[in-house]
Ligand binder design. Structure first.
Ligand SMILES: [Zn+2]
Length: 539
């Protein structure tokens, strides 16, 4: 995730970073650093900062709750729905590009199932803020990877399944047990099926795999703050897409998406990809998005609220879409920094790997690199240029190439954090070596807290150990190999599989890096990523 850098404390004091080892830092540098202490400290909590600012609101919300029992029945809105065109079926080449090698996750084996290779999700989602529940129908086109008596998807326990069909045939042969939706229909290896599920329930997240008490959960969230009451958004790393659609919720399985969102007439639904249909009448507003680049489920996103759309284009010709709260010029001005941030990242990493780049601002305190539609929380930090750079870097590192197992989330965060460090150093006009050393000062503390960057405690997902030590590692590797070799490999890796959008693991990555470096990097990478002790730096 980009996101998730560890939530700021109560338990973690925002200690000013370069401290302790910085005795050689000259006075003006100290002044610079002190001036940016807030930035630096928050940097470490980048993407998934979830503070406790909502506690008061939550309390207020509770006291205002109506006394009658909430109902799951949608309100009768009267009027005719928008005439939405039939969804075009994905083409064969599109489905072929979405073939993945699903696997059981080594960190979170209970989520996802390697028997299913999802190829396409067609999600039709309705949310009207006066209701307590959303309703949805999702058709999943998948390839069975093995011959079996049944197959299963993830779908949150708090959602009700109304109907299931397989290849157009309704069936009662399913169980929704916990978060597992098990369909007792036999499947044959390498055959393709379409399972359609009608379901609904309250928009709410599930527990996040972290011990932090200030983490609000993962998945679909409903805002109850006064400015954004009833708005929906997601933060779902390492999982949680199953809180709004039936899914094989593991990052090795990439698929293409069509997401249609129905909401109140003056609201808008937003999702990954490009807007292909948009219409409203007195009854509802309907937006449809198409994401044609195969995507891991944790990178999918949906947001619903009173949005306005501003369009632009990058200097390199990428269409840019900004979905910001209607009338909020300040937020729009922040998010328009995307254009310069993308140009800065393209200078480092080469051409942007997707056909479009959107941004949607939500009532969160995190930011998340959701593919081609980045989700930004509405805080000064999550809307800052350095966080925008971080999330854009993820479109190469994390989205075009994704880890196939959560143990390797450092592959995403290390490079996003490293480029964020470079951007910050440049913006603050601080020597890069000095600046990265200031981050490195906490490396050992992060390892002690949650484990090595590639062998961490599963109950502490997304703490600083997956961000900062691998970020520092890249600077050390650059120092050892020189700029030419380092930047050539850094640009080449996201395209190592050509134009394909793939998930891969450390074995392939380490072998590839060694090849590029002209020598075996395994000892170096092992020390940095699996070591309990912070390796020595030479810069
Ligand atoms: Zn990140």
């Amino acid at each position: 995730m980009s996101s998730p850098l560890p939530p700021p404390p109560p338990s973690r004091p925002r200690t000013p970073r370069p401290s302790g080892r910085g005795t050689a830092i000259v006075a003006f540098l100290v002044a610079f650093v002190l001036a940016s202490v807030t930035t630096l400290a928050v940097v470490l909590v980048v993407d998934q900062v979830r503070g406790d600012r909502d506690d008061d609101r939550a309390d207020e919300g509770r006291s205002e709750e109506p006394t009658e029992e909430p109902t799951d029945e949608p309100t009768d809105r009267g009027g005719d729905p928008v005439d939405v065109p039939e969804l075009e079926a994905p083409t064969e080449p599109a489905l072929a590009a979405a073939v993945s090698e699903p696997r059981e996750d080594s960190v979170y084996p209970e989520v996802g199932d390697p028997g299913v290779d999802a190829l396409h999700y067609a999600i039709d989602f309705s949310w009207f803020p006066e209701d307590d529940a959303f309703t949805a129908t999702t058709a999943v086109t998948f390839r069975a990877t093995t011959t079996a008596e049944r197959f299963q998807l993830d779908l949150a326990e708090h959602l009700d399944v109304e109907a299931v069909s397989v290849d157009g045939e309704p069936t009662d042969a399913f169980e929704h047990d916990g978060k597992d939706l098990v369909v007792d229909v036999p499947v044959t290896a390498d055959e393709r099926y379409v399972v359609e599920v009608a379901y609904g329930g309250p928009p709410q997240p599930v527990d996040a795999p972290t011990t932090r008490s200030d983490f609000e959960g993962v998945g679909l969230q409903r805002s109850d703050s006064s400015d954004y009451d009833g708005w929906l958004w997601t933060m779902q790393e390492p999982y949680g897409a199953f809180t709004w659609y039936p899914v094989n919720d593991q990052p090795a399985d990439k698929a293409i998406y069509d997401i249609t969102v129905h909401t109140a007439p003056d609201w808008q639904g937003v999702a990954n990809g490009v807007l292909t249909f948009s219409e409203a009448n007195d009854t509802e507003s309907v937006n449809r998005f198409h994401a044609d680049a195969p995507m891991s489920s944790y990178l999918s996103t949906i947001a619903v609220g009173d949005y306005e759309l501003t369009e632009d284009e990058s200097d390199s010709g990428v269409p840019l879409a900004y979905w910001t709260p209607s009338g909020d010029e300040g937020i729009l001005a922040s998010i328009e920094e995307t254009k310069d941030a993308l140009a800065w990242v393209e200078e480092k990493l080469g051409p942007y790997p997707f056909d479009s780049l959107g941004s949607v601002v939500v009532d969160s305190e995190s930011a998340m690199e959701t593919q081609t539609m980045i989700t930004y929380g509405n805080t000064g930090y999550t809307l800052s240029p350095e966080v925008i750079v971080h999330e854009i870097v993820h479109q190469w590192y994390g989205d075009k190439v994704s880890p196939n197992d959560w143990r390797d989330v450092w592959m995403n965060e290390g490079m996003a954090m490293y480029l964020q460090m470079l951007y910050e150093a440049e913006t603050l006009d601080i020597d890069v070596d000095e600046y990265v050393r200031s981050y490195a000062a906490d490396d050992q503390a992060y390892r002690d807290e949650a484990g090595p960057p590639a062998d961490w405690d599963p109950d502490q997902f997304g703490t600083s150990n997956i961000y900062v030590p691998p970020g520092v590692m890249w600077h050390e590797l650059r120092t050892q190999l020189g700029d030419e070799v380092f930047w050539a490999m850094t640009r080449a890796w996201p395209y190592a599989a050509g134009d394909a959008f793939v998930s891969t693991g450390r074995e392939e990555y380490w072998a590839w890096l060694s090849e590029q470096a002209g020598g075996d990097l395994t000892p170096f990478l092992t020390d940095w990523l699996l070591g309990e002790t912070e390796p020595r730096t030479t810069f």
